[in-house]
Design a protein around this ligand. Structure first.
Ligand code: NAD
Ligand code: LMR
Length: 325
């Protein structure tokens, strides 16, 4: 039998994981032929709920799920893993910005980053979900110098999927007809959903919608969608976030389709003039378990200005967490 892929997941008794774990265990992330082992981490107070989650995973009798470890010891969770999904963190409530969580959540990422650094395989693939995701990933990277920094990423796939869905509704097309959607920047309200390179059935999306819609409706709707879900639901998005994590890792591991790309927050290598080392969302293509930032795109002055605002927000957040890095 093929060796299982081992996936550490923090915050495993929380809302996002209650939908995501079942998707991973049924093959949604690594495919229908790849066994998986889940190494689930929680804080001691949540271990009882985590045991109940394990009971339900067991009761699904998933053919691909070969082992489920529940632990409150990060060393146990992070040993021998191929991927680590950092979900465990406080969510924001109504009226808060994601950056308001930095003080409380940032320290989770400095302490878990140190343990990951000590026990994990240096090439482990990391996806940070807990908010503010980009700066938490930045903190984790700073505390895990033994790891391959390229593999420390944060989730902007939810924003990417939201953007596709908004455009599909606007131009009345199906989701697979849309290619090359793009999110630049931070997973925050300064993010830059950009349809400049997007096509719908091979036609330029920009020719199908007016610029005013793209700039004044599309961008703010996508950027503020997390807040809109909180206002409607009373708590933050969970199933769509879990789905986006599945998509993020599946694209990274299995590759993006020819003629398409996806959006991932990755350490900037200076592409598009973005400060090196910031965890910034770029268009990426994935192949053979690795990603490349798409190069050479011409950027309009309008998008460039917004990209810089989002970069500045990340620089300000990085300055705020200097003592954790
Ligand atoms: P939740 O409160 O339902 O669950 C969080 C879980 O994390 C809890 O069970 C808690 O016990 C656990 N936890 C806290 N500290 C931990 C630690 N040190 N180690 C391990 N586990 C720990 O929250 P949720 O709805 O699952 O959301 C989790 C995070 O994801 C929040 O920060 C939320 O804002 C964020 N989020 C991000 C995106 C994104 O697109 N990046 C989308 C949705 C939510
Ligand atoms: C989202 O975008 O839904 C999440 O980041 C949760 C939030 O706080 O908006």
């Amino acid at each position: 039998m093929t060796d299982p892929v081992r996936i550490a997941i923090t915050g495993a008794a929380g809302q996002i994981c209650y939908s995501m774990l079942f998707r991973i265990a049924s093959g949604g992330m690594y495919g229908p032929n790849q066994p998986v082992a889940l190494q689930l981490l929680e804080i001691p107070q949540a271990m009882k709920v985590l045991e109940a989650v394990k009971m339900e995973l067991d009761d699904c009798a998933f053919p691909l799920l070969v082992e489920t470890i529940c632990t409150d010891d990060p060393k146990v969770a992070f040993t021998n893993i191929d991927a680590a999904l950092f979900v465990g963190a406080k969510p924001r409530g109504p009226g808060m910005e994601r950056s308001d969580l930095l003080k409380d959540n940032g320290k989770i990422f400095s302490s878990l980053g140190k343990v990951l650094n000590d026990v994990a395989n240096p090439d482990v693939k990391v996806c940070v979900v807990g908010n503010p995701a980009n700066t938490n990933a930045f903190i984790l990277k700073a505390n895990a110098p033994n790891l391959n920094p390229r593999n420390i990423t944060a989730l902007t796939r939810l924003d990417h999927n939201r953007a596709i869905s908004q455009l599909a509704e606007k131009v009345n097309c199906t989701v697979p007809e849309i290619k090359k959607m793009l999110i630049w920047g931070n997973h925050s309200t300064t993010q830059v959903p950009d349809i400049s390179y997007c096509t719908v059935n091979g036609k330029d999306a920009s020719s199908l919608v007016d610029q005013q819609w793209a700039q004044e409706e599309f961008i703010p709707t996508v950027a503020k969608r997390g807040g809109a879900v909180i206002a409607a639901r009373g708590s933050s998005s969970a199933a769509s976030a879990g789905n986006a994590v599945v998509d993020h890792i599946a694209s990274w591991v299995n590759g993006t389709d020819d003629g398409d790309w996806t959006s991932m927050s990755v350490p900037s290598d200076g592409s598009y003039g973005i400060t090196e080392g910031l965890i910034y969302s770029f268009p990426v293509t994935c192949k053979n378990g690795d990603y490349e930032i798409v190069q050479g795109l011409e950027i309009s002055d309008f998008i460039q200005g917004k990209m810089k605002e989002s970069e500045q927000e990340l620089l300000d957040e990085a300055a705020d967490v200097k003592e954790m890095c």
